[in-house]
Design a binder for this molecule. Sequence first.
Ligand code: ADP
Ligand code: UDP
Length: 239
Amino acid sequence: MEKRQLLYEGKAKRMYATDDPGLLAVEYKDDATAFNGLKKGSIAGKGVLNNKISAFFFTLLGQHGCDSHFVSLLSEREMLVKKLEIIPVEVVVRNIAAGSLAKRLGLQEGTTLTRPVLEFYYKDDALGDPMVNKYHIYALGLATPAQVGALSAQALQINRILSEFLRERGLILVDFKLEFGVHNGKVLLGDEISPDTCRFWDANTKNKLDKDRFRQDLGGIEEAYQEIYRRITGEISNV
Ligand code: ADP
Ligand code: UDP
């Protein structure tokens, strides 16, 4: 596999073409942004950790029958993925009230939701990723009812698999964001699953081990990402 031209540089990753038109190389950056790009910074070693953590979760999901775009790791910071036609809808799954949900519905952070909540956001930086429902998605032609059905079922299945895996490692999966795309006509999980896109709390101390440490200037950001890597893989990271 040969890495070719840069196709897209986003806030957290660079996407490269490869000599195979069906495959992309993803490079994970140390850059961190929050509040729709208003807060900018860098987290040392984040790219390496998010690459490895995402690869780990994609592999785990695959073992449970939930396929993703992940093909293989290419290097410390890079993975090979199947090229998707990204569905411009960010899918958020929540188990516990935090972040924008706590604020919007006046719930205290940490309130357990009696069942998982699924939310959709229109992926549009200029608009600040507004929340949308199925009617908006169909009216705007962002996805078909069959695609929304498929990605919703996958998102809830992913929540069950990851929540159980993390619970056994002393971690609470508070909420997370997924992106899906179309590959050979099928809806497939894409993007990343990492402390940038999930809220992970220590089950005992309720310590935040994710990007909220950056959003809320809590310090210990690098250590939190390393801790997630250690808990899920059982290995100490060398970054
Ligand atoms: P952003 O675009 O929000 O700044 P990133 O820096 O994470 O985010 O950039 C990665 C981009 O690549 C995102 O726009 C994401 O939707 C897209 N993407 C993720 N996985 C794939 C894939 N397998 N095929 C095509 N595009 C993908
Ligand atoms: N999230 C994300 N990218 C976004 C928005 C949210 O990865 O552009 C994740 C976020 O890390 C959290 C979940 O989705 O795990 C829910 O985020 P929320 O709506 O509470 O928004 P935030 O607090 O990030 O503004």
